[in-house]
Design a protein around this ligand. Structure first.
Ligand code: GLN
Length: 544
């Protein structure tokens, strides 16, 4: 097993996840079977209880793991399926060690960060890296490990120490350290400054890790003299100082690294042969060109809660993008703050004008009651005006509420999540869900949906499959007792779970595309293999 370990310096948000994923693509293109581990040095057991508006989206895996969004990048870039254990957190490793201590595994010993936590980290990495992560069921050959946070943080210190020791455990010839840093441009002459990178590498080396490659984030390509200077001060060769400047789209990042000889450097460092033909890279190049070539726009209104962090809806954006490439349109997402729709009784503010000109409307998943009435208005607007609509999870629930209020005349219909005393509880708490614990207690992960009809739009989008496995993350569901009444008015629950009770997909009669899913289809969307319900929205929105 080979390991590529990616750390980061200077500041967060440099695109370390994309760099790590891109390295994985290069390794995969060289014929290796990749997997990935993300280390998050926070005390939460997992990302499930963290706010997407602070930390970005909570990504959901097949096994129900609620994890950091970088695992989504890995799944999409490497086309793998990961497990909850591929996201290692401080919370997880400490729980494990403390549990072992209580069991008496360390009887007589003082349990310490070094060696007990650091050993547990290394054991964890070795065990998880060996797990099959693709359909072949074969053991991976290479594991990309991304260390979250910035080198020098108190929180990440035990992990850095574990990784330092790890190179000796598995042999230095099997480990490549890559450090991602920032090269800012200062002043009127636009000089690229090396000092922040010098400092972060110094810090990393003082912790016992010498990077094999430096990935320098900058707006424009690194100047040659800057590269030489960084090599001199950071104890790497000039060729190993890589320019990761801004590119036109994300699919260019692996190609940008490739152009600078990264695959060859990895092959030399880790001791594998680079094949002549690497068709995977050709398909990335085609994808990158295709994305740059899109010109005719399609406008999708995303009605959600925003705080300026678009990472909160990362997988939804990706799924929309994948679909837009497929239909050959340039995606424009018009962000609409749901509560702004509530604030304008005459429907004449900016939010409404964006909604009015949308080719398609999407209401993504969400929790809490802020903006709910606005989302209900958006669903009603789409239904009445024949505008293509896709509801995801909460987006399904609000559309059902709207339908029950407007079409069935059930005034005050609501979800018990937002109104416990509603006279028409059309969306209700699922009986098996814990009311005392919030972490990891939802209906989570991959569950089957069975189509209830031979032919419908979503089933066609799923190539006629009789059943589909998609990922879930919810506590509430459409009230099974009311499904018959709702269907009688034309909103058809065409997909249900294996009990036949639980609503998974609806479609509205006599509408170009009014579809919603209780599951989150966005988590399984891939470039070149867009999520079917999203593809349906984009096809409908672009008149295809
Ligand atoms: N809050 C809703 C529920 O728990 C929807 C969740 C979601 O959209 N992921 O059922």
């Amino acid at each position: 097993m080979k390991y590529v370990i990616v750390s980061g310096g200077v500041l967060s948000g440099l695109g370390k996840g994309v760099t790590a994923s891109s390295l994985g693509v290069l390794l995969k293109s060289a014929g290796l079977r990749p997997t990935a581990i993300k280390i998050d040095p926070y005390l939460n057991t997992d990302a499930g209880t963290m706010s997407p508006f602070e930390h970005g989206e909570v990504f959901v895996l097949d096994d129900g793991g609620e994890v950091d969004l970088d695992l989504g990048n890995y799944e999409r870039f490497l086309d793998v399926n990961l497990t909850r254990d591929n996201n290692l957190t401080t919370g997880k490793v400490y729980s494990k060690v403390i549990e072992a201590e209580r069991r008496g595994d360390y009887l007589g010993k003082t349990v310490q960060v070094i060696p007990h936590i650091t050993d547990a980290v290394q054991d964890w990495i070795e065990e998880v890296a060996a797990r099959p992560s693709d359909d072949s069921g074969a053991k991976p050959d290479v594991c990309v490990i991304e260390l979250g946070g910035t080198v020098g943080d108190i929180e990440s210190a035990p992990f850095i120490e574990a990784l330092r020791q790890f190179q000796f455990r598995v042999g230095p010839e099997n480990v490549c350290f890559v450090h991602v840093s920032l090269v800012p441009v200062i002043g009127v002459v636009g000089e690229q400054k090396t000092k922040p990178t010098q400092h972060t590498v110094k810090e990393l080396r003082s912790l016992g890790i010498t990077p094999d490659m430096l990935v320098c984030r900058s707006e424009r390509p690194l100047e040659d003299d800057v590269r030489d200077k960084l090599a001199l001060f950071c104890h790497v060769s000039s060729e190993a100082v890589l320019s990761a400047h801004d590119v036109s789209n994300i699919y260019r990042v692996p190609l940008l690294l490739e152009e600078q000889g990264v695959s060859q450097m990895l092959a030399t460092r880790l001791g594998f042969e680079l094949p002549e033909q690497r068709p995977l890279l050709d398909s990335w190049a085609q994808m990158a060109d295709r994305v740059d070539g899109l010109s005719e726009e399609v406008h999708i209104a995303m009605v959600g809660k925003y705080t300026g962090l678009s990472d909160s809806y990362l997988s939804v954006i990706k799924a929309l993008q994948h679909s837009s490439f497929e239909v050959g349109r340039k995606l424009v997402i018009d962000w609409i703050e749901a509560s702004d729709l509530e604030d304008s009784p005459n429907k004449d503010n900016e939010a409404w004008s964006l909604l009015n000109k949308a080719d398609g409307i999407l209401v993504p998943g969400g929790f809490g009651d802020r903006g709910i009435e606005g989302k209900i208005l958006a669903a009603g607007h789409a239904r009445e005006n024949n505008i293509p609509y896709l509801g995801v999870c909460l987006g399904l629930q609000v559309a059902v509420i709207e339908f029950c209020r407007s079409v069935l005349g059930w005034q005050g219909a609501n979800s018990t999540e937002f109104d416990e005393a509603t006279p028409h509880p059309v969306v209700v708490f699922m009986p098996e869900i814990s009311k005392t614990h919030l972490g990891g207690t939802m209906r989570l992960g991959s569950r089957p949906t069975l189509f209830q009809v031979e032919d419908c739009a979503t089933r066609r989008l799923y190539d006629g499959a009789g059943h589909v496995d998609e990922r879930h993350r919810h506590r509430y569901e459409v009230n099974p007792a009311l499904i018959e009444d709702i269907e009688a008015k034309g909103l058809k629950f065409v997909g249900k779970d294996d009990s036949g009770q639980r609503c998974e997909i609806f479609e509205l009669d006599n509408h170009p595309y009014f579809v919603a899913t209780q599951y989150h289809p966005e988590f399984k969307s891939r470039p070149g293999r867009p999520s079917p319900p999203f593809l349906g929205l984009l096809k409908a929105a672009s008149g295809q």
